[in-house]
Ligand binder design. Structure first.
Ligand code: AP5
Length: 218
């Protein structure tokens, strides 16, 4: 199964990508996660990316395309993958198409997550994550059982540096300008499925499972 999750920041792509990857035993490839790892490790790439990420701007296409290219070639992706947060521009989508065509591994589906803007802002401002094991929580919708510490490893939870009101506004604007055109791009290729992602995590997973299950035997 080879799929793409498309949608504005905070619609729940990462949360569902974790569950779908576990359910169908496929790799989760999140460019946001890969970039944050590079930032944590203070690599040259991470230092360059951080300037863009903190402001809510996109990291240059060449950088993220390079990261994804490597991940797609790893054995972990052989059984399939869910791309979370990639592609995000038309040039990224075109390059992905070329890479997958060369490998004779075309996409099966692109799922567009839809959530009202006010809910997205609420999800993003309440998000907390563990700096050690990267588990994601939400102060209201998925609170940690132990207050401000990670349920899995006990580390103190933090807010992402791009989850400030200002950066969220920029991210939503960047999404409208640079990423939303991909909805039409994939609709024209007859790969798009729309998903109402405004319900609970379990309800969204159930709907998503219904969309993807037909492709699981491919
Ligand atoms: P990235 O990490 O991809 O951020 P994003 O697209 O802004 O998406 P988010 O991670 O914010 O949201 P999500 O949809 O995954 O929601 P989540 O499941 O976490 O990218 C970060 C930055 O990296 C970019 O701004 C850019 O600079 C750079 N970058 C990344 N990819 C790039 C690319 N391809 N090209 C260029 N630059 C790139 O959920 C959010 C919160 O809501 C959580 O707290 C969660 O618990 C909660 N929640 C989830 N589902 C529900 C639900 N159903 N009900 C209630 N709460 C929910």
């Amino acid at each position: 199964m080879r799929i793409v999750f498309l949608g504005a920041p905070g619609v729940g792509k990462g949360t569902q990508a974790d569950r779908i990857a576990a359910q169908f035993k496929i790799a989760k490839i999140s460019t946001g996660d890969l970039l944050r790892e590079a930032v944590r490790n203070q690599t040259e790439l991470g230092r360059e990316a951080k300037q863009y990420m903190d402001q809510g701007q996109l990291v240059p296409d060449a950088v993220v395309i390079g990261l994804v290219r490597v991940k797609l070639q790893e054995p972990a992706s052989a059984n399939g993958f869910v791309l979370d947060g990639f592609p995000r521009t038309v040039p990224q989508a075109e390059e992905l198409g070329r890479v997958l065509q060369t490998a004779q591994r075309p996409l099966h589906r692109v799922v567009n997550f839809q959530v009202p803007r006010e809910d997205v802002v609420r999800r993003l401002t309440g998000r907390r994550s563990c700096p050690k094991c990267q588990t994601t929580f939400h102060t209201e919708f998925a609170p940690s059982k132990t207050g401000n510490a990670c349920d899995r490893c006990g580390e103190t939870l933090v807010q992402r540096s791009d989850d400030t009101r200002e950066a969220i506004e920029t991210r939503l604007q960047v999404y409208e300008e640079q990423t939303a055109p991909l909805i039409q791009y994939y609709a024209r290729k007859r790969l798009l499925s729309e998903l109402d992602a405004s319900g609970s995590v379990d309800a969204v997973f159930e709907a998503l499972f219904g969309v993807l299950a037909p492709f699981s035997a491919i």
